[in-house]
Ligand binder design. Structure first.
Ligand code: PLP
Length: 420
């Protein structure tokens, strides 16, 4: 095993660490929850604030680039991250709001197939959206929302997913990367299997965008949605994104608003709604300029770093190193690796399971490493390729070892307060 120093020295992305503001004295392994601020993101935000200060409303047309087409400009840069063409992308809303919009646009409650499937491990907000959408469309979520069960409580078996594509299913929503175990599903194969059974399929890419290269267009996925505040470091609550496969372009948006009108008719301010011919038909209202701006900085950095394939190569090296160290240094201390080990089955984080995970997370934070905890027993460690080092991984595992060996975690409360 090479030393962390040797690995860091050979790291072609090492220079990007200096682009980020990392919390002083801490090893930040939580970029899969909230990515840190970069100098570039800050500069773009400051620039837009300056334009607002000096141009006022004139910023819509006279800023550089003009605010009025900024979402489309950003969409063009996001498109390669998911393997789409720019006209299939809208940069807007939040993850959950985008799922609502896609369901409202694509799901047909009058069709012969009325069931929507997701999985029981899916992020709560996606399930809330599915539940409420069915309810709003006059269907009974108890009958029409079906959840694929997990065999082990952590991962989904591809056979169980395919078996769920039954003739009464119209639409499926699955995570590209499962947010707790980090399991990476095979988007291409599952999309093909869904289509072979007449099922429309969409992907929650919140935990994969910027971490795992996607080829949504080539895979034929019907739709996808995601946030930009995790591996894309666009800031807390940053604007989200959605993908609508070109075979669905030209549809009327389920949730219509003036920003989804054909750009040349938008300021006609007239009914009826004339939808834009591409995914921008799914915009609803005025773009979120101040949360778009930081994303420009993040996208610049990713392009300079060689795109997502370059990030993925380092991410796999970091997570492999972390797992090797965990196997060696944490043996006998009650940890198990809960993410799939194979590179093609894991996303950007390592999930360590431990019966005392919550207390250990608190102790690790107190020891200067920022992980996060997911119920019931997972410590997520996400070494992000743009700013984490192999030395960060080694330090995190060394501190975990000391914590459990010395029972340092036992000083911390065993129960997590519900609000956090
Ligand atoms: C996998 C996944 N889906 C959906 C969401 C909800 O995102 P938002 O709050 O942007 O709607 C999150 C938030 O962390 C998430 O991790």
């Amino acid at each position: 095993m090479r030393s962390p120093a040797e690995l860091d020295q050979a790291d072609p992305l090492a220079r990007f660490r200096a682009e980020f503001f990392l919390p002083a004295g801490q090893i930040y392994l939580d970029g899969n929850s909230l990515g840190p601020l970069s100098r570039r993101a800050e500069a773009h935000l400051q620039r837009v604030l300056g334009e607002w200060r000096t141009l006022g409303i004139g910023g819509w047309t006279d800023a550089a680039p003009p605010w009025i087409t900024l979402s489309e400009a950003v969409a063009a840069q996001v498109a390669p991250l998911v393997g789409a063409t720019p006209d299939e992308i809208a940069v807007t809303g939040s993850t959950t709001a985008n799922l609502h919009q896609l369901l409202a646009t694509l799901f047909d409650p009058a069709g012969p197939r009325k069931v929507v499937i997701a999985d029981e491990l899916n992020f709560s907000s996606d399930l809330h959206a599915l539940h409420s959408h069915l309810h709003q469309r006059g269907l009974d979520p108890a009958r029409h929302l079906r959840l694929i069960r997990s065999r082990d409580g952590r991962t989904l078996h591809p056979d169980d997913i395919v078996a769920a594509f039954t003739p009464d299913v119209q639409l499926a929503v699955l995570p590209a990367v499962q947010f707790v175990s980090g399991q990476l599903l095979d988007v291409a194969i599952l999309t093909r299997e869904a289509h072979a059974r007449g099922v429309i399929i969409g992907w929650d890419c919140s935990h994969s965008i910027g971490a795992v290269p996607h080829t949504l267009g080539r895979d034929g996925a019907d739709f996808a949605f995601w946030c930009h505040y995790k591996y894309l470091n666009a800031g807390p609550g940053a604007v989200g994104g959605l993908y609508l496969n070109r075979r669905h372009l030209g549809r009327a948006p389920g949730l219509a608003g003036w920003w989804g009108v054909r750009p040349d008719r938008r300021f006609a301010l007239a009914a009826p709604h004339e939808p834009a011919p591409d995914a921008s038909a799914l915009y609803v209202g005025t773009p979120h300029l101040l949360s778009l701006a930081p994303l420009l900085g993040s996208l610049e950095i990713i392009a300079e770093a060689g795109g997502v394939p370059a990030l993925r190569a380092k991410s796999l090296a970091l997570t492999s190193f972390l797992m090797e160290l965990a196997d060696r240094e944490l043996a006998g201390l009650g940890f198990t690796i809960a993410n799939p080990r194979a590179g093609h089955e894991r996303g950007g984080h390592v999930a360590l399971a431990h019966p005392e995970a919550w207390r250990i997370c608190q102790a690790l934070k107190a020891a200067g490493v920022v992980p996060d905890f997911r119920r019931p027993d997972i410590i997520r460690l996400a070494p992000a390729p743009l700013f984490n080092t192999f030395a960060d991984c080694a330090a995190a595992i060394a501190r975990l070892q000391v914590i459990v060996r010395t029972a340092a975690h036992e000083k911390f409360p065993a129960q997590r307060a519900l609000v956090t």
